[in-house]
Design a protein around this ligand. Structure first.
Ligand SMILES: *Cc1c(COP(=O)(O)O)cnc(C)c1O
Length: 385
């Protein structure tokens, strides 16, 4: 899937030749320019590049003023980093069910809201959008922040809007497994909210902002001790080139997915999608009426069943379920008196587990030829005979 090559090599060479690899410089300004490109692309006031998607999630939560005693609702289907970022901010992740779309179930969000709830993190898994209309309505009604985890959905949309632009803030990831990469690792925070931006900027770069004061013109937030999640110019230079390719990649993924569905014809069941036109098409997902049929299919075609991946489902988030929130007990949010009311168990989201064991993903490739697509269609048809 990765379209990475000459443009990225040339961009990295230019950075190295400039001998200015730190993000604050007067040479190429790759980080500054990449953030500017992103603000334009997403139509938002603020974009901050960081070392990872996790860093962006955690910084956004800090920016929202979330901490010990607060609860943040996360879905049963997401990478553990989403829940870890909540613990990183000192708050408690509360796990909500997913519905047949495999995304967070708005109805269960309502069930999970308590007087401690401060935010919802809808996670757009596998490039599929969450039901942002329902989620924003719930958030408004209960006065909650919405932090979109768009780490797997860069380039996808809901109701014509790019994912990451609908909530109060969003996190993107550019690690090597995402649709575009910033040289292996990287992430970004997006927001229109000045207060979230100020706190997140200080938090992700807390020693440098104190020295490079020009980043903090017109700030109303005083510097505080945070983390060091800065990116360097090499990362930003690669990412800037990658962003130029993103729309082309998404267009080709969508085209290939449509061709594959056409070649498959009738007789397949796909999970419902909250916005069929917004899906970034990084995967095609099949739904079965029994776990056995799904497993048999996945074995034959090499598909991934989320209910059995052991990585993206809450019942495998060992450090969370077993409440190990930090190396030092006094720093562990799970051991803080104000956080003592959250409980977890491996079978707490039965409905999600049941759905996730009957769905199988096959990753799409933007560079498939028509022959590749037809061969895959034949293999899939053979598997369900
Ligand atoms: C990859 C991913 C993250 C974390 O991104 P990193 O850049 O690896 O920290 C968070 N949430 C989801 C849904 C992801 O897929």
């Amino acid at each position: 899937m990765f379209r990475i090559g000459k443009e990225e090599i040339d961009a990295v060479a230019r950075v190295i030749e400039s001998k200015q690899l730190f993000k604050c410089n007067d040479a190429l300004k790759e980080t500054e320019n990449c953030e500017k490109d992103m603000r334009e692309r997403f139509g938002l006031d603020h974009a901050v590049l960081m070392t990872s998607g996790y860093a962006a999630l955690e910084s956004a939560l800090i920016g929202m003023g979330i901490g010990p005693g607060d609860e943040v609702i996360v879905p049963a289907y997401t990478y553990i980093a989403t829940a870890m970022a909540v613990v990183g901010a000192g708050a408690m992740p509360v796990i909500a069910e997913v519905d047949e779309t495999l995304m967070i179930d708005p109805e269960d969000i309502e069930n999970k809201i308590t007087e401690r709830t401060k935010a919802i993190i809808p996670v757009h898994m596998m490039g599929y959008p969450c039901n942002m209309k329902a989620i924003m309505e719930i958030a408004k009604k209960h006065n909650l922040f919405v932090l979109e985890d768009a780490c797997q959905a860069n380039g996808a949309k809901f109701d014509g809007k790019l994912l990451g632009t609908i909530g109060d803030a969003a996190a993107l990831s550019f690690n090597y497994f995402k649709i575009i990469s910033a040289g292996g690792e990287g992430g970004a925070l997006l927001t229109d909210n000045k207060e979230i931006f100020e706190k997140a900027l200080i938090y992700h770069d807390s020693s440098a902002v104190a020295y490079f004061g020009d980043q903090m013109r017109d700030f109303s937030t005083e510097p505080f001790c945070g983390r060091e999640y800065r990116v360097g110019e090499v990362t930003s230079a690669i990412l800037r080139q990658q962003f130029k390719k993103l729309d082309g990649i998404v267009a080709d993924l969508r085209k290939n997915k449509a061709l594959l569905k056409e070649a498959l014809g009738e007789g397949f069941d796909y999970p419902p999608c909250n916005d069929d036109d917004g899906d970034s098409a990084i995967a095609i997902t099949f739904r079965f009426d029994t776990v056995e049929k799904c497993k048999d299919f996945a074995d034959k075609v090499g598909a991934v069943i989320p209910g059995f991946t052991g990585k993206h489902v809450y019942n495998d988030w060992k450090p969370i379920l077993e409440k190990r929130g930090a190396a030092h007990p006094l720093m562990d949010p799970f051991k803080m008196e104000c956080n003592k009311n959250v409980e977890y168990s491996e079978d707490m989201c039965q409905k999600s587990l049941e759905i996730m064991k009957r769905c199988a993903h096959i990753f799409m490739d933007s560079d498939w030829t028509e022959d590749d697509i037809n061969a895959l269609a034949e293999k899939i048809k053979e598997a369900v005979k």
